[in-house]
Write a protein that binds this ligand. Structure first.
Ligand code: NAP
Length: 284
């Protein structure tokens, strides 16, 4: 039985790991905060004492941590051990630069590396319907297909190493713009005396209808700002978008403004709330 390891058992990593076990892979874990692994251990997963022991014991290792520096910290830990015949898949949202550096280090230790961030939030992670945005060579993508299909419903091969992360930044620029637009639209309609229920009925009926309008619109209307996609991650992602846009000389008038708005929301202490708390930031 193929053995798969997971590092990073947060909002996304825990359900993704559970789906790997459900698909029949032997699941092994390492968690910086050990109690976060407890539920999966109770369900039958093995817990390793440190990241190198986990890397040694599995065929494929999935990394779902927070930011570029976290990916590189984990990669530095695991590349102290030989990684021949092993594939390391990064599914966290990080910079293209970080995955290119990570691949070099993993290759030096003898392993293969795949750039595979995800589109989709807590719900799709639970349902196993994430979309993988993949960068890397075709052979590695083909070798990882079974593992990715256990956690997602679609794999889009975007190009060489870094292309998956570039696609993820592009899509999160759209997500950030969309969320800020939705927050402003809800508050604007409230201030004009309109009903939010009516607004959402209109917004989910016409050409603007998108699952996100319904999901985040209803959350705002219910005052439920519990994190599915924490605002602190969108804040990090928009900073990565700005850096990448500078490198490829792409103008970002709205993106720059949204990044500033996210800086303000972080200062208001909304980092651990969902991205729909952009509405709360606007209202303050
Ligand atoms: P999360 O709930 O904050 O979980 C992050 C996990 O990574 C935690 O278990 C944390 O461990 C672990 N971690 C972070 N840095 C680490 C390090 N240096 N060494 C070891 N473990 C480390 O985040 P999430 O929402 O699952 O998101 C994870 C990644 O997916 C982020 O890059 C995010 O941008 C991206 N993403 C999120 C969503 C979403 O909707 N939530 C959707 C798509 C992509 P501790 O428990 O010890 O802190």
């Amino acid at each position: 039985m193929e053995k798969v390891g997971v590092i990073g058992l947060g909002i996304m990593g825990e359900p993704m790991a559970r789906n790997l076990a459900k698909a029949g892979f032997k699941l092994s874990l390492w968690s910086r905060t050990p109690h976060k692994a407890q539920k999966l251990v109770d369900e039958g997963a093995e817990l390793c004492m440190d990241a190198p022991s986990l890397a040694r014991s599995v065929d494929t290792l999935v990394i779902m941590v927070s930011a570029p520096e976290d990916l590189l910290e984990v990669v530095d830990k695991i590349s102290t051990t030989p990684l021949h015949n092993k594939t390391i898949i990064n599914v966290s949202t990080v910079s293209p630069e970080a995955v290119i550096t990570a691949e070099k280090k993993i290759n030096q230790a003898g392993g293969e590396f795949l750039d595979a961030p995800v589109s989709g939030s807590k719900g799709p992670a639970i349902q196993g319907s994430l979309v993988f945005l993949v960068g890397g060579d075709k052979k590695t993508v083909a070798n990882c297909r079974g593992v990715l299909e256990a956690m997602g419903s679609k794999i889009v091969h975007c190009g060489d190493m870094g292309s998956g992360s570039r696609m993820k930044l592009a899509i999160n620029l759209l997500l950030g713009s969309f969320m800020q637009g939705l927050a402003e639209t809800i508050l604007f309609s409230e201030k004009m005396g309109l009903s939010t229920d009516d607004l959402l009925e209109v917004a989910t009926s016409g050409a603007m209808a998108a699952p996100m309008v319904k999901l985040k619109g209803e959350a705002v209307a219910a005052g439920d700002f519990s994190a599915h996609f924490p605002l602190r991650h969108l804040h990090k992602d928009m900073q990565l978008v700005l850096k990448e846009a500078e490198l490829c000389n792409s103008p970002l008038p709205a993106g720059s403004k949204i990044s500033e708005i996210l800086n303000g929301a972080m200062e208001l202490g909304l980092g651990d709330k969902d991205i729909c708390a952009l509405y709360s930031a606007l209202k303050k």
